[in-house]
Design a protein around this ligand. Sequence first.
Ligand SMILES: Nc1ncnc2c1ncn2[C@@H]1O[C@H](COP(=O)(O)OP(=O)(O)OP(=O)(O)O)[C@@H](O)[C@H]1O
Length: 971
Amino acid sequence: MHPLTYKIINFAQWRQVKKKMVGTPATPLSKVQRTLSFTPGGPKIHEEKILVTVRMRPLSRKEQAMYDLIAWDCIDEHTIVFKNPNHERTATTHAFDKVFGLECSTQKVYEEGAKDVALSALTGMNATIFAYGQTSSGKTFTMRGITENAVKDIYEHIRNHPERDFVLRVSAMEIYNETVIDLLNRESGPLRLLDDPEKGTIVEKLVEEAVKDGQHLRHLISICEAQRQVGETALNDKSSRSHQIFRLTIKSSLRESSGRVKSFIASLNLVDLAGSERASQTNADGTRLKEGSHINRSLLTLTTVIRKLSGGKRSGHVPYRDSKLTRILQSSLGGNARTAIICTMSPALSHVEQTRNTLSFATSAKEVTNNAQVNMVVADKTLVKHLQKEVARLEAELRSPEPSSSLCLKSLLEEKDLKIQRMEREMEDLKRQRDLAQSQLELERKSHKVQKGLDQCGPSCQVARCLSFPGENENESVSCKSTPVTRPRNAVGRLAMMRQSVTSTDPSMLVHEIRKLEQLQRQLGDEANRALEVLHKEVASHRIGSGETAETIANLLSEIKGMQAVSSASEEIVIGDKANLMEEINRLKSQGGTIESLEKKLENVQESIDKLVSSFASSEETPDCKTQSKKKKFLPFVMSNNANMQNIIRSPCSPLSSSRKVMDYETENKVPEKNDVVPSSVTFPRPCQATPVKSDEQGHCIPSREGTPGTQQLNSVNVKKMQRMFKNAAEENIRSIRAYVTELKERVAKLQYQKQLLVCQVLELETVAGTDEPNVIDKTPTKPWHLKFEDERKQIVMLWHLCHVSIVHRTQFYVLFRGDPADEIYMEVELKRLTWLEQHFAELGNASPALLGDEPAGSVSASIKALKQEREYLAKRVSCKLTAEEIEMLYTKWEVPPVGKQRRLQLVNKLWTDPHNMQHVQESAEIVAKLVGFCESGEHVSKEMFELNFARPSDKKTWMGWNLISNLLNL
Ligand SMILES: Nc1ncnc2c1ncn2[C@@H]1O[C@H](COP(=O)(O)OP(=O)(O)OP(=O)(O)O)[C@@H](O)[C@H]1O
């Protein structure tokens, strides 16, 4: 038979083969196996039947004491025969791979029944040797000897094969009452069995200890033996009550090899089973009975498995999983292992039935075929060397980079550099954001400070809380008066323009605006000074008015001079470069004190003028005076003709709004005052043309000395009439002064507001710029306009409510802006304005009284008060604007009690009170529109009154002149 040809043979046949092949019985098996293991082309499957031997021990002392008979006879090395002491039956023979008789040594049993299999583990084949037999049949006795011999031979083999490296590891377990225990680590408790797709059943957490040498191995074996469950039974003083599996894993590899590296790895399982027993024979009870039950059950499973396996592949299901023993030994039972079973038996006639069972098991076992194969790890030595070199090179690179690795390192460094750069950029961004946030906080703090100054002007300053965006393109400044129809423009374009104006020109425009304001103030001061001087002279020379009046005028002159001084002080404003925007803004903010001071001065002037007017009013009054006062025909100022006024924002809160006919009584929430009304339609004849006067060196009209009442006192002219005319003219002039001062105050306040808006928007745009996004036109996709409009309108309505905005203004805005795309700019501006107001009011509300002082808190309460007055005013108009039927219907609808005082006011007080209810808002707007009359004619309401002024302020602002009193005398 060719050594490379394998077929299933039994032990007897194999022995014949060995004799033929090798000729010497001592080593033929190992030679065959070694030849098989190193067969080129990879590991070969070694189909081999389990080596089954039978060992019969001598009669034990107890058996001898019982005069038991020897019932079995080994007639040759392979056959055992049941002796028939009574000759009642014919003798039966049992043939096995080897039969060891009463006097056979364990050494021989090992040599002939286990050694070859056991040493297979040294050449990469799994091997299992186990003893099977009834209790006290000598299993432990035999396995102990087998193990000792195997250990001895293994180490002898290692010594005989110095060309190979061997690594031995040991693990040991017992299965006691169907529980797996680690004999090298008993404290670990019961161990679980796991199914591994490659390794089969494995014991989880089983300790595997490295073996140092033979002595160490024997020590470990002794530990396992000591740890094993042993108990006394009737048949055995030291009966093993568990199955023990001692596992030795051997890995070996050639120390040197040309080309390929071969490693073997295999396990040798030395299994000492617990013995089958009969309770009747062992007299077991309690624990022993339970142990015996488990033992018998697992052995029964083993028997079943063996029987199944012995029947070949057609035997069907093999119940390995029915016991832990068979699960653990699965690979050894018909699997990848060489297996040798030593069946131990008692020769005693008293145990003949147990022995028969053992022999029956053995007979079945010897029919079981295993499929052992060499577990070989093959590695190409060249590849290994290459890998070793590569590892060495990498290690060297790690220690000190070499040119050969420079490319890789360079790439890594570049990548790191990029990362560092990216991180630096991110850090810069973060720092910039931090600085921006700090700046914003600082600006907001300053803004709040400035706003306190703004609020000092009281309710009238609220008039100025309107938005103005000076445009850089004069062509864009289409006059609302000249081309109202052409006003609707592309909303997006205007937004863009608005934003661009903020980013590009607003700072300089703002400074420019302030400078012009100051010029105006100076001009006002000059003109007012001259006019008041004249007035003073007139009063003095004609002895009109009281002494208090003269004093008031003197004070007024003083105030105006003071105002001039303040104005001059702020002359140093320089238009900055827009590139240095923040610096410019800060500089503008630094002017806050100046503007605040100006406002204060203006306030003082206002008070002086008020006194003056009241002084005149309380002085001699004539019907003519009253008539003229009511007609307001001849005013020294004609606001509509004042070019400066075009630059003042036209909005519902501007006194110069085209809606003045409707809105003249409210400046934001300002209650109408008759004396404030300056009908834009009224024009005043040019004084210099109407009156013979002289001009001073500046070209201003001055009264003719001949034309004064004083010079004509002795003439036939009615002096009293002249005096009345003078008084009237003076009164009108003073009123005009007041109006102009009011306008200036508003203008200052608007500039303050503009500045704050500017700061906010600059910050906002800087933030946008920080994200590298275009900052001119917001390209963010938005929702449809009609939805956006509804949202914004709801927000606006709520903000109106929160800010106590004039309900007339609310009504106008609500009626005018119905969702036309062109309304977008107005909506946005209104929303922004109101948002600012609301935030400002909230800040005031959150501030402590100590910080607030008196004035800022007053701005909120003043708005509420003004709104209350507005409602009172509207209530008065109910009767004249609505029919009795309409009124009654409204009373019913708005649930005004049928009896009670001030029912009209009750009705009006219910209007615009529920910002959440758009139906309420709609109906409120309709009623207020009727009350103020702007629903009667389209001319009364125009979007232009909400116009944003994009016009560049005129560089040359002309004050239309101070109408000298003498001019009014028409003398
Ligand atoms: N071949 C033998 N020669 C001499 N004495 C033996 C032999 N076999 C076993 N004995 C003795 O028989 C007794 C029982 O043996 P052992 O404990 O090995 O049986 P066992 O099968 O392991 O029993 P159990 O299954 O109960 O553990 C021991 O005292 C042992 O020394």
